[in-house]
Design a protein around this ligand. Structure first.
Ligand SMILES: Cc1ncc(COP(=O)(O)O)c(C=O)c1O
Length: 405
């Protein structure tokens, strides 16, 4: 049964497009540090790791994938358990909300206010009328709604027409007022920004653009907690990272954190996108941010973004060694394979739709002579991939695992 799953996954694996670039230079350059300061990552790590419910997520070995790919090791960072929210996004949005509120309350009261006191709801009276807002495919909004609920402020979330009902409900259950628009993700970002502007609400977006970088910087800094954990958990430093991207915030945070921590030992960074939302490959090929008008929604909902984040662009144009795009066909069999228990010596892994692009892209890249040569993927490679979500839409996840999709 599992053998069939693995075979169908391999048959479904097709790269749609790729780009080959330069590996990062030996040190984290000042242009990148200005956009995305290493000090901001340190601050986020200290704060988030002090939260009482904080726990390091698992780093698992996937020996069968390593064997199939002909590499020494594949490591899988499993974010399905992060703060009970089901994805790495729990590290970003909530942190940015708490930091914003601590600053606002401190200004209002004229004294120092800690994020801890905000998180414990000690300033509910002061923050009760404040509104934070964002646009989301689901997971980032859930993190923002969680932060707002902890602090006791108001929260308004914009979702596009194809965000699943389960993801909408998860945010509503955290107290957010969820607005569904008729357009796509990029249109939901624009509407959120203009409504926030008109009404004096604070937008807490995970994507950045000219004039709006402070919040995305904090959010991406939160993601860097994963790198801190991985470097402590693993006795070996990975040689390669396959990292999935929507607007590129996750990929850039992972790349920048590894780069700032490891310098010339920074692994080869390969970005993975959906063929339907390949704004990063297009941007890297064109040498400037280049949007894509999304015509088809990918099953990997969190990756369905048509415009690269400005900070992500600044980081990835300097340090991505490559980018590949994949089709959707291998996603359901890869999820079933992870759930079967065979991937990690009997540990059943809850890998959502966005959690498997790394292993898919690795298996596809080693079959492609040009790519495996350009990325120097060989029997000595130690590859890190990110299982960035669990069953964030439980119904969809169950139907995929039951082999109905
Ligand atoms: C589960 C998951 N993985 C990956 C991503 C992509 O992250 P980014 O948009 O920062 O590239 C998202 C974005 O929402 C997501 O929800």
């Amino acid at each position: 049964m599992t053998k069939n799953l693995f075979t169908s996954m391999q048959e479904a694996i097709k790269l749609k497009d790729h780009w080959i670039g330069n590996p990062a230079s030996s040190h984290y350059p000042s242009e990148v540090d200005t956009q995305f300061p290493a000090a901001s990552m340190d601050a986020a790590q200290t704060e988030i790791q002090s939260w009482p419910t904080y726990q390091t997520t698992a780093l698992l070995e996937l020996p069968e994938i390593a064997q199939q790919a002909g590499v020494a090791q594949v490591l899988y960072k499993d974010e399905s358990t992060r703060f009970g929210l089901g994805s790495f996004k729990a590290l970003g949005g909530a942190y940015a909300v708490l930091q914003y509120l601590a600053t606002r309350v401190s200004e209002k009261l004229g004294c120092d206010v800690t994020m801890e006191s905000i998180r414990l709801g000690e300033h509910k009276d002061t923050v009760g009328n404040m509104m934070v807002t964002t646009a989301t495919d689901g997971n980032h909004g859930r993190s923002v709604a969680w932060g707002a609920q902890l602090a006791g402020c108001q929260c308004r979330i914009y979702i596009h027409k194809d965000v699943s009902l389960a993801r909408e409900q998860a945010m509503a259950e955290l107290g957010a007022n969820v607005i569904r628009i008729t357009g796509n993700y990029d249109e939901s970002v624009k509407l959120c920004a203009s409504d926030a502007d008109k009404n004096g609400w604070q937008m807490v977006s995970d994507t950045s653009y000219e004039g709006y970088t402070a919040f995305p910087t904090q959010i991406m800094s939160g993601y860097s907690v994963m790198i801190d954990e991985i470097l402590e958990q693993s006795s070996t430093v990975p040689t390669h990272v396959f990292i999935q991207a929507g607007v590129g915030g996750l990929a850039a945070a992972v790349a920048a954190a590894l780069w700032s921590r490891l310098g010339e030992n920074c692994p080869t960074i390969i970005v993975v996108e959906s063929e339907h939302a390949d704004c990063i490959i297009r941007s890297l090929k064109a040498g400037k941010p280049t949007p894509v008008d999304i015509k088809t929604e990918t099953i990997m909902a969190g990756l369905s973004c048509g415009e690269i984040s400005l900070i992500a662009w600044e980081v990835l144009k300097r340090c991505a060694a490559g980018a590949v795009s994949i089709n959707d066909a291998a996603v359901p069999p890869a999820m079933r394979y992870m759930a079967s228990g065979d991937a990690a010596n009997g540990t059943k892994i809850e890998a959502g739709e966005c959690a498997v692009p790394g292993i898919i892209a690795l298996l596809a890249s080693v079959k492609n002579n040009e790519l495996s040569k350009a990325f120097a993927l060989d029997k000595n490679s130690s590859v890190l991939v990110f299982g960035c979500e669990g069953a964030t839409d439980p119904e969809l996840y169950s139907s995929i695992i039951a082999d109905e999709l």
